[in-house]
Design a protein around this ligand. Structure first.
Ligand code: CA
Length: 231
């Protein structure tokens, strides 16, 4: 899957220029001029990196970063017209990964994006050296794209696999239908949360029912969680 970058920038010409350059380099790009909308998009978890302008209408970049860091450790590169040391210090303090001051060369921006993505990749591979996720005897190998229960293979469609992966990445954490919908289906399915219930049923029949266990739990009025009560 292509690397996805979100740009929150209210100078539309500049945003368009960066977007074209990034697309030329093979990145998938979305952009918005509004801080508040940008925060919601960034929180969806579907982007690999955020380019964040500081001076924005709605919600300024610092505030977007502060709120985003409550739920996400995605790489963030702050962008600003002001060459102010204060911005730089407070941006990095608040958890920005890097900082670039306008005007900048596109080559410099590209180099910083690559560096931030590399850093993130290293963190990820240290966390899960083999791409293995598990819950009780259920094991999912995201590199080999296979799932097994007690070493017996489970046949999953791509969508079922993605849903199971998101559940396992958040083991013992309750996820709402909206979050699952965004992470597994993306924005195209916005509002159609009943599709989540349908796919949870598929997973239950292939895992819980097939192996006589109870791993996928419904939390009434909230959403779903995968956990192994026997552990
Ligand atoms: Ca601006």
């Amino acid at each position: 899957m292509a690397t996805r970058i979100l740009i929150i920038e209210d100078e539309e010409k500049l945003a368009r220029f960066i977007e074209l350059e990034l697309m030329h380099e093979g990145y998938e790009v979305d952009k918005t001029v509004d801080g508040r909308e940008g925060l919601t998009m960034a929180e969806s978890g579907k982007y690999d990196l955020l380019l964040l302008d500081i001076m924005l209408p709605g919600l300024n970049g610092m505030e977007v970063l502060r709120r985003l860091r409550k739920t996400s450790q995605m790489p963030v590169i702050m962008v600003t017209a002001r060459d102010a040391v204060m911005d730089k210090v407070s941006g990095l303090d608040m958890g920005a990964d890097d900082y670039i001051t306008k005007p900048f060369s596109i080559e410099e921006l590209m180099a910083r994006i690559r560096a931030a993505l590399r850093k993130q990749q290293n963190i990820k591979s240290e966390e899960t050296p083999s791409g293995m996720l598990s819950c009780g005897k259920l094991v999912l190998d995201s590199l080999r794209h296979v799932a097994e229960y007690d070493s017996k293979p489970i046949e999953l469609t791509h969508r079922e696999f993605m849903l199971l992966k998101v559940l396992l990445e958040n083991k013992s954490i309750v996820l709402t239908r909206e979050i699952l919908l965004e992470r597994v289906w993306g924005y195209d399915f916005y509002g159609e949360t009943n599709i989540v219930d349908v796919y949870i049923r598929y997973l239950r029949s292939k895992i819980d029912d097939a192996f006589g266990v109870k791993l996928i739990h419904t939390v009434r009025g909230v959403g779903y969680v995968i956990k192994d009560d026997a552990q």
